[in-house]
Ligand binder design. Sequence first.
Ligand SMILES: NC(=O)c1ccc[n+]([C@@H]2O[C@H](COP(=O)([O-])OP(=O)(O)OC[C@H]3O[C@@H](n4cnc5c(N)ncnc54)[C@H](O)[C@@H]3O)[C@@H](O)[C@H]2O)c1
Length: 355
Amino acid sequence: MTPSTLGVGILGAGPVTQAIHLPTLARLTDVFHVVRVMDVDPAVAESVAGRVGAAWTADVDELLADEEVQIVVICSPHQFHAEQVVAACRAGKRAILCEKPFAMSKAQAEEIATVAAETRTPIIVGAMHTFDPGWLAAKAHWDDLITTSHTIRYSIVLPPNPRFEDFATEVATRPQWPAADRNDPDVAAGMIYGGIMGLAIHDLPLVRAFCPDFTDVEVLSCTLPYPAGYLVNLRVGQKDVQVSAVNSHSWEPEWTVEAIGDSSALRIDFSPSYVQAGSATAVIRRGWESEVYGPYAYNGYEGEWRFLAELARGTAEPLDITELIHDLTFALEVADKSAAAVREATAAANEKVMA
Ligand SMILES: NC(=O)c1ccc[n+]([C@@H]2O[C@H](COP(=O)([O-])OP(=O)(O)OC[C@H]3O[C@@H](n4cnc5c(N)ncnc54)[C@H](O)[C@@H]3O)[C@@H](O)[C@H]2O)c1
C-alpha cells in the first residue's frame, strides 16, 4: 500500500470476494489497497480481512462510515445489492462496483439511478465481459454487424463454480443448496429464473448490443438440461437469439458469444469465470478473411477494476446508468418469460403423466 493507492471496502466476503476480487486486487497493488472487509458472518469477515491485512466488521454502516474507504465493492447476495448501492452512494463514496445483478427490479434500478445522479456517484456492474479487452476490440472493429446480424448465439458450458474457486484460493465459506424436484412447475421455473439472473445475466448486455429492439422478447422454446442450466430460443425484435448453459462436471469449459450476419460474423471466446488467464479472443470473419483480436494480457475482472480506478480519480466518464437499467430490464424480461414458459411446459407434462 502507498498513500496514493485507492482504499477499497468490501461488502460480502463469500467465494466471489475470495476467489475473484482479492486475486484481481493482488495484481493491482499499485492502484488499490483493501481497507475494510464486511460480512454478516463475523468469522468470515475476520478471516478474509486477515488475508489482505485489512480491518473487518459485520456492520455495513461501520464500513461505509470509514473515511479511508473510497471505493465500495458489493459482493453480498443479490437481494441486498440495491439497498447497499444506495447506502454507498449516500455515504459519499467515490465509486461503486456492484456484482451482478445490481438490482432485482426496474423500480430498484431507477431508485439507484436517482440517488446516484443526486450524489454524483459513478456505478459499475460486475458484468466482467463488458470490460474485457477482447470484447472492447471487437466493438471497435465490427462495423455494421449490429444491423446486419440476424442470429446471436450465447453459449456456456461450465463445471460448477467450486472447481474454479478452488484453483484460485481456499474458500472459507460455501453455501449448500438442497436438492430440488424439477418436476414441480414452480421449482423448474425458479431454476430457469435463477440461471438467467445468476449466470446468463453476465453476457446479456453483450447480446443486447446486437438487439436494438430488446424490449420485444418472445420465448420460442425453453428447457432445463441435465444436470443443470438452461436452453432458451428467443426472438428479440428481428433477431434469432439462442441462450444456453450446461453445468456439468465432465465437460470442457467453453464460454462464447457469436453474432452472425450473411457476409460477416463475430465469435468471442472468453476464459471461464474465476479464471485469470488473459482476455477473450475475438474473431471477426468477412468472407474468407479473418481478423483476430486478443488474447490480451488481462481479463474483464482486471478491466473493471482499472476502469473503477479511473472513475474514482475522475479521469474517465461515468457509464450512462440508463444503459445499466436497459441491461437489467432485458435480463428480467428474458428471465420472467423463460420461467413462465418452463412452468407451463412442466405443468402440461405432469398433466399428461396423470392422464
Ligand atoms: N462476476 C462473477 O464472475 C460472479 C460469479 C459468481 C457470482 N457473482 C455474484 O457475486 C455475488 C456474491 O457471490 P458469492 O458466490 O460470493 O455469494 P455467496 O452468497 O456465496 O456469499 C455472499 C457472502 O455475503 C455474506 N452476506 C450475506 N448477507 C449479507 C449482507 N446483507 N451484507 C453483506 N454480506 C452478506 C454471506 O455471509 C457470504 O459470505 C453475487 O451477487 C453473485 O451473483 C459474480
